[in-house]
Design a protein around this ligand. Structure first.
Ligand code: M6R
Length: 378
């Protein structure tokens, strides 16, 4: 069943190009041209769900919460809708005041996470007695169309990643990201917040992903495996990123702690000097996600501050960037893509790094201690 892979997690990391291909086939009109009078995206959502939207709130836990942060960036920057991402476990006992014309999205790959379901139920109940503009509009993003989530909400986006066995979410995270790209493009198309030409560019960028993911996996697997030897004894890691890649810093850190039991934290790179930089010395490697675009120079200068504390610097960055090459001690190269697409690529070397460190430490990668694949209790 592992098809020659040592662990399910590694197999699932390798399934990601195929997952992205499936998502594109299911949800994108491949013949779409800018200027066409129909949407490039086929999510089949009822028009009432997204009509006159003023706010979006997203409920999730863990890795799904990280995917939701990327979703927030896309929904705000492309569709122009103020979006908040809630920890479902917090929201259920302290729900924020109700806002008008609000889409509530529950994100859970298993569709069974108790806190996420409870947060959505809270929302549905408290809004049911309210006037029309405050009524709940619920949407689920899940990998299990037969799950409790799918029964609770009237509409879902099925992420089509196939069953994931490794406790550490990898391919389902990738598929959740794809769902958010599609939703944000769809709403941006409806609201005309992005020029059709630009939407076309983003869609082209998504279409190129499967081949780029294959290239990252092919070119880096051996290299990351060798690199992992350097960190078998490491006790702390810091991950930094900004903008759309800040959530990838959080996700890289979560993957590492879950399966390798190494302490790791993700921060927005600009926050380092407000405290966490005090942790740095030669024993604490810093992984920076530095992709060309709005915050590239900023991340590089944040990384240089870490270098001044003797930290070993690892950069997830394109190969052709001279300044990045000079900044980092070690590169985890990814293709130079449009910044807005970049999280779909930058997460992959971080998944591989976590996997190989944990595997080298001889740990049970697919079933880490104290964790369950779906958390059906509070
Ligand atoms: O099934 P869900 O997406 O609701 O699960 C949420 C979290 O429990 C999950 O993402 C957890 O953080 C993973 N083990 C991450 O790898």
């Amino acid at each position: 069943e592992k098809q020659g892979f040592k662990h399910f997690m590694l197999k699932e990391i390798y399934e990601q190009p195929g997952v992205v291909r499936t998502c594109l086939e299911k949800y994108v009109d491949s013949t779409w041209q800018p200027g066409q009078a129909t949407s490039p995206i086929r999510l089949n959502l009822a028009p009432e769900l997204t009509a006159n939207l003023e706010n979006i709130q997203i409920m999730a836990c863990g890795t799904s919460w990280h995917a939701s942060l990327v979703g927030k960036h896309l929904l705000e920057q492309l569709a122009g809708i103020p979006t908040v991402v809630q920890y479902a476990s917090e929201f259920r006992y302290a729900p924020s005041p109700m806002t008008a014309n609000t889409l509530t999205i529950g994100v859970t790959q298993s569709g069974e996470t108790a806190d996420t379901l409870a947060a959505l139920e809270t929302e549905q109940q408290r809004r049911s007695q309210q006037p029309a503009h405050l009524q709940a509009r619920l949407l689920g993003i899940t990998n299990r169309p037969e799950s409790s989530l799918a029964r609770l909400v009237p509409a879902i986006i099925d992420t089509h990643a196939g069953i994931e066995i490794g406790v550490a979410a990898t391919k389902t995270f990738m598929a959740q990201l794809m769902a958010f790209y599609f939703l944000a493009i769809e709403v941006a198309y409806q609201r005309k917040t992005v020029a059709p030409q630009r939407l076309g560019e983003i869609i082209d960028g998504l279409q190129q992903l499967p081949a780029q993911l294959e290239q990252v996996l092919e070119s880096q697997e051996r290299y990351v495996e060798t690199l992992a030897h350097d960190f078998v004894e490491t006790q702390d890691f810091i991950y930094i990123g900004r903008g759309i890649n800040f959530p990838i810093a959080l996700e890289g850190a979560l993957k590492l702690k879950e399966i390798s039991y190494i302490h790791a934290e993700g921060y927005p790179a600009g926050e380092m000097k407000h405290g966490p930089i005090a942790l740095l010395d030669a024993k604490v490697p810093v992984v920076a996600i530095a992709m060309p675009g709005t915050v590239f120079e900023k991340v590089l200068s944040n990384a240089q501050e870490a270098r001044a504390r003797d930290a070993r610097l690892i950069g997830v960055t394109p190969m052709n960037e001279q300044e990045a090459k000079e900044t980092f001690d070690t590169l985890l190269p990814v293709p130079a893509v449009d910044e807005i697409i970049s999280p779909l690529l930058t997460v992959v070397p971080l998944q591989l790094l976590s996997y190989h460190i944990a595997a080298l430490r001889g740990l049970d990668v697919d079933q880490p201690r104290n964790l369950a694949k779906s958390v059906t209790v509070e």
